[in-house]
Design a binder for this molecule. Structure first.
Ligand SMILES: C[S@@+](CC[C@H](N)C(=O)[O-])C[C@H]1O[C@@H](n2cnc3c(N)ncnc32)[C@H](O)[C@@H]1O
Length: 297
């Protein structure tokens, strides 16, 4: 386990992932009933952007820093607001020196009655996470494999909520591990919202994950196609080698407004975050139509 998210915190991929996460939280908060947030691969919760890891090849400068200095138009600003609220909160409203990871986006935006369940396998990171939220009664941290934890954590007692699966993709079979966890998790909790993050690197494996999951959901779970949404952003021509050029999420049971919000947000985000020729985005509610057989999954 060599992956350290501190080297990447606040980059373009985090901006998209955390914007989607924050929008889902806002939707869940529209009802007074409490909900649960489960983060299978939590990281350390918050990232110090002044430290060596973040400064070495400062990815946040081409990510959240650009977003903060850009002038969002009137239709985009309210969509960005939940994420920017979380970023502003961890910087006390001052200059950008910290970036909230997914646990901290949750800790900032969730209400006193909501619950936050964090799994992190790296022992040091789990300890950091545990210490960070020691005084927050909403948060439970477990140093365990987030994929395996899904079996015992789902369905949550609240019966409402969200699961984020955000693995490091260090292992060549990570997409297959995530697919297996997706099926286990959704089998146990078919009405929960699930966000699966994946890089646009091995495009064959990524497509196989997206289409295979969509087809399985439609055939086995009778989930309607519009309940499976993917949103991707690439900041330059996609390449299989070298630095990450694109990434995005597949959302199962997305909030009804999310597709429309992302169709408004992503063209602007792409313009602000692009790093060269060939940048692009997509928001796609019809993954299964692309076709790939369920039994190949
Ligand atoms: C991409 S980072 C998570 C970033 C975080 N979700 C965020 O958005 O701020 C992936 C994390 O998963 C941890 N990890 C790797 N394998 C794991 C597993 N099987 N279960 C739980 N955590 C794992 C890594 O140590 C790393 O901190």
């Amino acid at each position: 386990m060599n992956y350290r998210h501190a080297f990447h915190a606040g980059n373009f991929a985090d901006v998209l992932k955390h914007a989607v996460l924050a929008l889902c939280f806002e939707h869940l908060k529209a009802k007074p009933k409490p909900f649960r947030y489960i983060d299978t691969h939590a990281g350390i919760g918050q990232y110090d952007l002044t430290r060596d890891e973040a400064r070495r090849s400062p990815e946040f400068e081409d990510g959240i820093a650009r977003v903060l200095t850009a002038d969002a138009p009137d239709d985009v600003a309210p969509i960005l607001k939940p994420l920017l609220d979380a970023v502003t909160a961890c910087n006390d409203g001052k200059a950008l020196t910290a970036y909230p990871g997914s646990p901290h986006v949750a800790a900032t935006l969730l209400r006193p009655t909501d619950r936050i369940q964090l799994c992190e396998l790296h022992p040091e990171d789990a300890k950091t996470l545990d210490q960070r939220y020691a005084k927050d009664a909403r948060v439970k941290v477990e140093a365990r494999d987030g994929y395996k934890a899904l079996k015992s954590l789902l369905p949550p007692v609240e019966k409402r909520g969200l699961v984020l699966v955000d693995p490091p993709f260090e292992h060549r079979d990570e997409m297959a591990f995530m697919a297996e966890a997706a099926m286990t998790g959704i089998n146990r909790w078919p009405t929960g919202t699930f966000i699966f993050w994946r890089p646009l690197k091995d495009l064959w494996a990524q497509e196989r994950f997206d289409v295979g999951l969509a087809e399985w959901l439609i055939a086995e779970k009778q989930i309607e196609p519009e309940k499976i949404l993917r949103a991707d952003l690439w900041v330059r021509e996609l390449e299989t080698e070298g630095k990450l050029a694109g990434a995005g999420v597949v959302v199962v049971n997305p909030p009804y407004k999310l597709e429309h919000q992302l169709v408004t947000l992503l063209p602007w985000l792409c313009e602000v975050l692009k790093q060269g020729d060939g940048a692009g985005w997509r928001v796609d509610g019809g993954i299964a139509e692309d076709s790939l057989l369920v039994d190949e999954f």
